[in-house]
Design a protein around this ligand. Structure first.
Ligand code: M6R
Length: 596
């Protein structure tokens, strides 16, 4: 199935909608940058301006004076569903052009719906699944000249996932929205209201936010927000949350890229995640009741899960770390009410992680989530949540959120081990003290930025990298390699160091960089032997360690994943910029993978 993921926004008030909508899209650009577009109601007509390309490029093509409008919707697209093109860009319209729709998600039954609509005489302009929605609305509008009736009946015909916003030139005083499995929130202003896929688009205008639940739909006026259940039509009450994130947190604050800013926020990420200690203790006391524990996540978050597993195993507690896209189709079969699942996600919106949670819930498992984004889907389907409080992470490559996840999982592992009487309160307090000292240690690594940058410039010409580590060093190797692949487009492989001889060694030759994670622990000698093996094949060795080329301060071995990854984040960042790439927006990738 071809998939897409996107950002949507909407505004209704008395200000200039096109200007606000483009500002909002800019803050949602991390969700997709293949195309951008807006639809506004101007003098009783819907005016659509859209094209492929980035938000700024599309904005330049618009003469804002020609669109005096105070109601509109907007979209930016991350495409794999059809090429990025003008036709496939959102908003999409019906035949009469009385309706415009933006959509994030996937309409699984769009082919059948399109077939029905074609037979009814509708003409399609794009190859997208989304376009069936305005045509369905148009069709229902023929039955009863009522926008809400047509919208909700159209939505009821959709299978799949969606966050949708729609406007109509017939009823220009409202925006209609609906949500199922794709994020959508409403910002409540004074005499104006907003919709967006994510907080950073809303917080410059208002801090009062309602996060829609699955199967909610809403009718937004300038002064009103009404929410109803898609299936029953019953009116709903949802809490207004006060968001504490400031806009400044969502901006670059003078850093060249969000990724660099976010790496420099890693000391704070540790401090902030430590605020979740009480929650970690509460979750650990529940986890203690369960026989089996799984740590489930995708990408970088899954490496945090692996660290969690190694920590628990260190304390003699059995645990498994499994990537969500595999867990949901296989491991799920052996789950029962004696199982606990720890789900880890920065966004709390990752499709495979959410599907794993839902599947585990059906099997009666206990669900604890480690999440950054407050109010995200995962937080609402889990039994308990520990927030990492890392603040908005805008760069596609996850950095500070990973650090936050490591801290939260370390807290959970420590409290669980104490609960199971594997470690004492005194030992736990010792490690907690060490954890409190980690922000300064990270700071001292960040002070080495210039040396790391120089090293990166030397390495920027290499087109293959190996990362090796053992035990807690292995997930660090995986995360280091993922980061460099993701933003520098070079081939990077990570292996448990003991695996080199089982095949990968054949790839080593003169000058190939091998980055070895070498914490000063009982496995150091084994790592040194592996390094010798690689050296003997001419590889260029770079060690991350207490006296490595990438230097890290002395740290208790349990906490090394938190410090050892920091120079690797910086290294990946500077290799990417040395190659002239934009590390914030890697090709083919999007920040939140909200579809499978
Ligand atoms: O929002 P999540 O933590 O659930 O996202 C999981 C992965 O998509 C994410 O970590 C991805 O691997 C990053 N781009 C890695 O830098």
């Amino acid at each position: 199935m071809r998939r897409k993921m996107c950002g949507i926004a909407g505004y209704i008030g008395d200000k200039k909608a096109p200007i606000i909508l483009f500002e909002m899209l800019k803050r949602l650009e991390y969700r997709g940058y293949d195309s951008a577009g807006i639809a506004c109601i101007s003098k009783g007509r819907i005016i659509v301006s859209k094209d492929k390309g980035r938000v700024d490029d599309v904005r330049k093509k618009i003469n804002f004076k020609k669109v005096p409008a105070s109601v509109g919707i907007a979209h930016n697209r991350w495409a794999t569903h059809g090429i990025p093109s003008h036709e496939n860009s959102h908003p999409h319209q019906d035949c009469s052009k009385n309706f415009a729709v933006v959509h994030n998600g996937i309409i699984e039954n769009y082919k059948d719906l399109k077939e029905e609509l074609l037979q009814l005489g509708h003409k399609f302009r794009s190859g997208t699944d989304t376009e069936v929605i305005p045509h369905l609305i148009e069709e229902f509008y023929k039955e009863k000249k009522n926008f809400e009736y047509s919208f909700v009946n159209a939505i009821r015909k959709l299978r799949g996932s969606f966050a949708i916003a729609a406007i109509s030139s017939n009823e220009s005083d409202r925006i209609l929205v609906a949500r199922k499995e794709s994020p959508l929130m409403i910002g409540i202003g004074k005499g104006e209201n907003f919709i967006a896929s994510d907080m950073p688009a809303i917080i410059p205008y208002t801090r009062n936010v309602i996060v829609l639940d699955d199967f909610d739909y809403g009718i937004l006026g300038r002064d009103s927000v009404q929410l109803k259940d898609i299936q029953t039509g019953d009116e709903l009450k949802r809490d207004i949350q006060r968001v504490s994130w400031g806009l400044e947190e969502a901006r670059k604050e003078g850093y060249e890229h969000f990724m660099l800013k976010e790496i420099f926020e890693e000391p704070d990420a540790v401090r902030n995640a430590l605020k979740g200690a009480d929650e970690a203790e509460r979750i650990a006391s529940k986890l203690a009741e369960y026989k089996r524990i799984y740590l489930v996540a995708c990408g970088t978050a899954s490496y945090a899960g692996m660290v969690g597993r190694y920590l628990l195993e260190r304390f003699g507690i059995s645990a498994d770390a499994i990537t969500a896209s595999e867990f949901r189709y296989s491991t799920i079969n052996i789950l029962d009410e004696k199982t606990a699942v720890i789900l880890i996600s920065q966004s709390g919106e990752t499709a495979d992680t959410i599907a794993s949670a839902k599947g585990a819930r059906e099997k009666g498992a206990y669900l604890a989530a480690v999440v950054n984004v407050v109010g995200s889907t995962l937080t609402r389907i889990s039994d308990d949540v520990i927030y990492t409080y890392s603040g908005p992470e805008i760069a596609v490559a996850s950095t500070k959120a990973y650090i936050g996840q490591l801290v939260s999982l370390t807290l959970i592992a420590l409290f669980l081990a104490m609960e199971r009487e594997r470690i004492t309160r005194e030992y736990t307090n010792e490690i907690l003290d060490d954890l409190n000292g980690i922000p300064d240690k990270i700071q001292s690594i960040l002070h080495e930025e210039r040396e790391i940058k120089r090293l990166a410039q030397r390495l920027a010409r290499k087109n293959i990298f190996f990362y090796i580590g053992r035990r807690l060093g292995y997930p660090t190797a995986l995360e280091g390699a993922l980061k460099i692949k993701e933003i520098s487009y070079v081939h990077a492989e990570a292996y448990p160091a003991g695996e080199l001889k089982h095949g990968p060694l054949a790839l080593l030759e003169k000058g190939v960089p091998v980055i070895a994670i070498t914490p000063n622990d009982d496995l150091l000698e084994k790592m040194e032997s592996n390094i010798e093996e690689a050296k003997a094949r001419g590889a260029t060795i770079l060690t991350v360690g207490e006296s490595g080329e990438l230097n890290v301060p002395i740290t208790d071995s349990l906490l090394t994943p938190i410090t050892y990854i920091v120079p690797l984040h910086l290294l990946a960042y500077y290799i990417s910029t040395a190659k002239g790439f934009d590390p914030d927006k890697p090709r083919n990738l999007a920040k939140s993978v909200t579809v499978e």
